[in-house]
Ligand binder design. Structure first.
Ligand code: FAD
Length: 284
């Protein structure tokens, strides 16, 4: 489709995030979900990494299993608590396996746990990956439309985001949010500072209110009051929570795509049903 200006919009890019399962049954569920999510033909899938290396083996094993399913699978990588030598070793391992994409993060360490590591910010990690491996990896980083909870101000956080992009990131995935305006405002401010790489909204399906409220408090995501009240009113009625959640999140995704977001990154929570339900509802 070509617009009047002659500009041909790119079709939206979809991607899906998993976390390493804790046991064999969880791994089977994850791989089943990944099989079902084939329907949406994700550009890539990614696998989270426990800061301090706590899921290092699990991340790698999950990435390998997803690659065996034919996916371009990207490990997340965090620098907090890691030495340069450890990071170099991990990157070499990924290169040997032919992995070409990583998601580079600072990570969060539970307070009082272990040494701080050699690198302090995600921008240091991006610089390190570029210095060590040139342009072998496509690097995604994290963005925070509602501000990272530890940032001093939205301006400061944006400046740090821009620094991370200039260090050599190819794209960004946002923390999840429920206010489309926060995303558009952030993306506009980033573009005004010269960021041209895609900033893809990270989207969390709503399936469980208490878990969502807990996560959101931790990562600084606002659940709008009307959504919080509606979800709380459903109590233990999980079917209604899912149905309402799917409506709300589908509308959010449609608003984002209609407003020019380059794609959607789904936080699948290792389940296919909600992500697929949202994806199927979208006019792409
Ligand atoms: P940074 O970009 O380093 O920012 C962290 C804070 O430091 C911000 O407040 C920023 O403003 C500030 N800052 C940055 N640079 C500077 C500087 N030079 N001087 C002063 N302040 C600075 N966590 C995991 O442990 N494992 C995962 O797999 C994982 N995956 C994620 C995927 C996505 C898409 C997102 C959005 C988050 C993910 N996280 C993950 C969470 C992430 O690790 C935390 O949000 C963490 O607190 C910040 O990581 P960051 O890479 O954004 O850090």
């Amino acid at each position: 489709m070509t617009s009047e200006s002659g500009f041909t919009p790119e079709p939206p890019v979809f991607s899906v995030e998993f976390f390493p399962a804790r046991d064999e049954a969880g791994s089977q569920r994850l791989l089943q979900a990944a099989t079902e999510l084939r329907e949406m033909d994700p550009r890539y899938v990614s696998v989270t990494f426990g800061a301090g290396g706590s899921t290092r083996a699990g991340t790698l094993a999950t990435v390998k299993a997803l690659r065996e399913q034919g996916y371009d699978a990207a490990p997340h990588l965090s620098c907090i608590g890691a030495s340069r030598a450890e990071l170099r070793d991990l990157l070499a391992q990924y290169r040997e396996l032919g992995i070409r994409r990583v998601v580079a993060l600072r990570g969060d360490m539970p307070s009082g746990m272990g040494p701080a590591g050699d690198l302090f910010h995600a921008s240091d990690l991006v610089e390190f990956i570029r210095a060590e491996t040139g342009d072998w990896f496509h690097i995604e980083v994290a963005a925070y439309p509602e501000m990272h909870p530890q940032a001093r101000s939205p301006e400061d956080d944006l400046a740090n985001f821009v620094r991370k992009m200039r260090a050599g990131a190819d794209g960004a995935i946002t923390q999840y949010f429920f206010n489309a305006d926060a995303y558009f405002d952030f993306a506009d401010r980033a573009v005004a500072k010269g960021v041209t790489a895609p900033i893809v909204p990270g989207i969390m399906p709503i399936t469980n209110f208490s878990q969502l409220a807990r996560f959101s408090d931790m990562c600084g995501t606002e659940i709008p009051r009307w959504i919080r009240l509606r979800l709380a009113a459903f109590g233990d009625d999980r079917a209604s929570i899912r149905a309402f959640g799917q409506d709300v999140v589908s509308n959010l995704c449609q608003t984002l795509l209609d407003g020019g977001a380059p794609g959607i990154h789904f936080y699948s929570m290792n389940q296919s049903e909600s992500t697929l339900g949202i994806w199927r509802s979208l006019e792409r």
